[in-house]
Design a protein around this ligand. Structure first.
Ligand code: STX
Length: 325
């Protein structure tokens, strides 16, 4: 992914350091650093939850001006133990564990304050982190706003978005018998948690392919194919489903209600007009609650960070913030 972004994003650079940080509860998280060692620190928060990071995500930041940190959240990407393992235990994988992990990583790397950049689930985690530790955040760059309210989850996983993708919705429903289709997140949970790969793999693939095939304005066959690889699909689907069953461990509406805590943090919100996964209603609610944040709607884009108009707006934001201290 990211191949169509030459000319929009920066060239890729290799990490100058990487490691596994012991965050407790038996979890170790992968982190890496690239760009300028004495540059402005930024942390990239990946989506899902459960998506893991990828090298192209470094490319949103000028490698001569930014110290670029990527971290795979608990149990996905290169972090261990991995949620695809048969006996995976997700009891210590919650939003608030991830917020604490970011603080551990920040201090481990000797960083006082950093820019926080996140899209989709990454925007939810960025909001949760910044609302908990506002004094640690220099700027926020957010895309495809997702706050895990009940109606957001119902829209995408319980039946709203089928209005736009009835064909793909049939494949999402396929692993679930009709008697269980009134509560799809719970029905998926029973299959994803099942120890037998013949049960959890097809469910994980159907869940992940639904998401991958609806997040871009036009179908991205590469991304769809990648989303069906069993190891990453099982981790992605298990972790997402686990977070969504629990509403992200937020009070309903918490991330929007608490936006006032962010007043003093310079911020940019980038939202695709045709985002089917996290429709613009949520970004709009956040904009209304937090008018100080710059709000940009990209009129010819869906959800994904790789949509050209979205990528360009994100890069413009990080460029503008690059020399701020
Ligand atoms: N999940 C939205 C999200 O964060 C509700 C997301 N969707 N797909 C992704 O992230 C990947 C691109 C990481 C697969």
């Amino acid at each position: 992914m990211g191949g169509g972004l030459d000319g929009i994003l920066y060239p890729d650079t290799e990490p100058s350091a990487h490691g596994m940080l012991d965050v407790g509860d038996g979890h170790r998280v992968y982190w890496e650093e690239s760009g300028a060692p004495d540059g402005k620190p930024v942390v990239f928060l990946h989506g899902g939850p459960g998506g893991g990071t990828a090298p192209w995500q470094r490319r949103f930041f000028d490698p001569e001006r930014y110290r670029i940190i990527l971290m795979d959240q608990r149990a996905c990407g290169r972090s261990e133990p991995h949620a695809s393992e048969p006996d995976a235990d997700l009891s210590a994988v919650t939003t608030w564990h991830l917020v604490a992990d970011l603080e551990l990583l920040r201090t481990h790397l000797g960083i006082e304050r950093w820019q926080v950049f996140g899209g989709s689930w990454g925007s939810a985690l960025a909001l949760a982190y910044a609302q908990t530790h506002p004094e640690r955040v220099t700027e926020l760059v957010l895309r495809g706003i997702f706050t895990l309210r009940r109606h957001e989850l119902e829209w995408f996983y319980e039946g709203g978005a089928q209005a736009l993708f009835p064909d793909l919705w049939e494949a999402y429903l396929a692993p679930i018998p009709s008697s269980e289709r009134s509560h799809l997140i719970e029905a998926y949970h029973r299959r994803l948690a099942h120890p037998d790969p013949d049960v959890h793999v097809p469910a994980a693939v159907a869940w992940s392919v639904w998401e991958a095939s609806t997040i871009t304005l036009r179908p991205d066959s590469d991304a769809i194919e990648k989303s069906s690889q069993p190891r990453s699909a099982v981790a992605f689907a298990r972790i997402e489903n686990h977070f969504f069953r629990h509403g992200g461990w937020f009070r309903e509406g918490q991330l929007i209600e608490d936006a006032h805590l962010l007043r003093d943090i310079p911020a940019v919100i980038v939202q695709g007009r045709y985002d089917v996964c996290t429709p613009m209603m949520t970004a709009w609610d956040l904009h209304r609650a937090w008018p100080e944040a710059e709000f940009t709607v990209v009129d010819d884009a869906g959800h994904a960070a790789v949509e050209p108009g979205i990528a360009a707006a994100l890069r413009a934001a990080t460029d503008r913030f690059a020399d701020a201290r």
